[in-house]
Design a protein. Structure first.
Length: 472
């Protein structure tokens, strides 16, 4: 332990708030609350300030201020980050207090007050001055569930009032309501596309379009959940009262592939350099789902031009594209394949062009020649017994002949009938190229290996199993 500090507060429902190297502790369920700022690196106290009443949940940062809501104090406070002095506070003027973490956007604080029963209010407060810009009542009990801001909409749910509502951030006017969601005790989470995910008391996770409130999907989660989902790298994680669940939340590319006349093409859409590929249906329509990030995508249909573009995929976000592909002419290519170690030609190498039906093999001299190959960029895959699989990019230019000379790396050792790959893995860890083989077809390739390891009960001698190693 690097450091420890003892406080007078009895915190509940709070994680410390970290900002610019400082931890802010703001939760207390008994009496007045001592708000403390601590240097995160060494635990030294920077300042402390007392606010009236208990503060159940954590604070928020707004315009270089710490915003803290008090339930029994019936007020929300703005404290200077520099020294903890009070800049302003807003009283509710009712029996309601603040018992949820506020949200902040563009200089406005959005906060719920509640009476822990049937009444609750959503406030919009100007952060610099503490001026109440608007308020909307009828929220019900909003303890634990803070507001969520998405664009020009602030989203509100409640532990006592079913449904989810969206309010205009500028006016407080309700602009949509979704009644397919029950009561809730968590904030919900937003992905990069504006989809809002929320679990409710019916043991259901709902995806909602934050712009219009429409449900995009619902999934049973098997138990109640009081925790806000987390979205990370295209996955949505959430806990229920008895499990941790993960849902895939990819980015998407959807659209149509057609020729210049508008006729549908059953082309392919691939993330370049990966196995992620989809084929368009008879109408030319496709849907590609990809984990978030920047990816190079190749769209094509054999005999037509290819479109290669880099797209940024975000969780839940949909790229909609229409691809019109022009026909292309042919080229040809010839080549040889040799052993990387010895330079000798390799016969019988099986080749294929990715996302086409084109296949070929090398002859006895390790040579091949193909005519009438549609212009484009392809991934070539090669396989041969006794050699590591090989891949290379190949570009065919219309009207031109291309020559390629490829080498394949031979395996040093073949291990036959290896139980659960145990020997193969062990030898691989020592830096050797090792291939696990079965007897079928092995005899034809046996001379390609330096060592053959017979792993099993191939010989019986005096009732004992004997394992032998043969060097070739």
């Amino acid at each position: 332990m690097d450091w420890e500090i003892v406080l007078d507060n009895v915190p509940i429902y709070e994680s410390p708030l970290y900002h610019d190297g400082v931890l802010y502790l703001t939760s207390n369920i008994s009496g007045n609350t001592t708000v403390v700022a601590i240097q995160a690196e060494n635990g030294s106290e920077l300042w402390r300030t007392e606010v009236q009443g208990d503060t159940y949940f954590g604070a928020a940062i707004a315009e270089e201020q710490l915003v803290v809501g008090s339930y029994s104090g019936r007020a929300i406070y703005a404290l200077s980050l520099e020294d903890g002095s009070e800049n302003w506070h807003v009283q509710t003027g009712s029996q309601e207090g603040f018992a949820a973490t506020p949200a902040v956007k563009d200089g406005t604080i959005y906060a719920f007050s509640t009476n822990f029963s049937a009444n609750g209010t959503l406030y919009a407060i100007e952060a610099n001055s503490g001026t109440v810009l608007w308020e909307a009542d009828g929220m019900g009990d909003t303890q634990a569930a803070g507001p969520v801001v998405a664009g020009s909409v602030v989203i509100a749910s409640s532990a006592t009032v079913g449904g989810v509502r969206g309010f205009d951030t500028d006016t407080g006017e309700m602009i949509w309501e979704n009644r397919e969601v029950g009561t809730t005790v968590n904030n919900g989470a937003m992905d990069g596309s504006g989809t809002f995910y929320l679990s409710d008391n019916t043991n259901t996770l709902t995806a909602i379009d934050s712009a219009n409130g429409e449900s995009l999907g619902q999934w049973g989660i098997g138990a109640a959940s009081s925790s806000t989902p987390a979205i990370l790298d295209g996955n949505l994680f959430m806990t229920t009262h008895d499990a941790l669940l993960s849902f895939l939340s990819p980015g998407m590319l959807t659209g149509v592939i057609a020729d210049e006349s508008g006729e549908a093409l059953q082309g392919t859409v691939r993330v370049v350099g990966t196995d992620q590929v989809v084929t368009a249906d008879e109408q030319g329509e496709f849907l590609l789902e990809v984990l978030p990030g920047e990816h190079e995508v190749r769209v094509g249909a054999y005999g037509y031009e290819q479109v290669i573009e880099t797209l940024e995929f975000r969780s839940g976000h949909i790229h909609e594209q229409e691809y019109s592909l022009a026909p292309v002419g042919d080229g040809r290519f010839i080549g040889t394949v040799t052993n990387e170690r010895t330079g000798e030609p390799i016969s019988g190498v099986e080749f294929s062009l990715q996302d086409t039906e084109i296949k070929w093999t090398t002859n006895e001299s390790g040579r091949f020649e193909l005519d009438n190959i549609a212009a484009g960029t392809y991934t070539v895959t090669a396989k041969a017994g006794g050699y590591e699989d090989f891949q290379s990019e190949l570009t065919i230019v219309e009207g031109q002949r291309k020559r390629v000379d490829w080498q394949m790396a031979p395996f040093d050792i073949a291990v036959l009938n290896d139980y659960e790959s145990s020997i193969t893995d062990l030898i691989t860890q020592q830096g050797y190229r090792v291939e696990e083989r079965e007897w079928d077809g092995f005899v034809d390739d046996i001379e390609r290996y330096e060592v053959v390891y017979l792993n099993g009960a191939y010989v019986q001698a005096a009732g004992n199993r004997v394992m032998r190693k043969y060097e070739i």
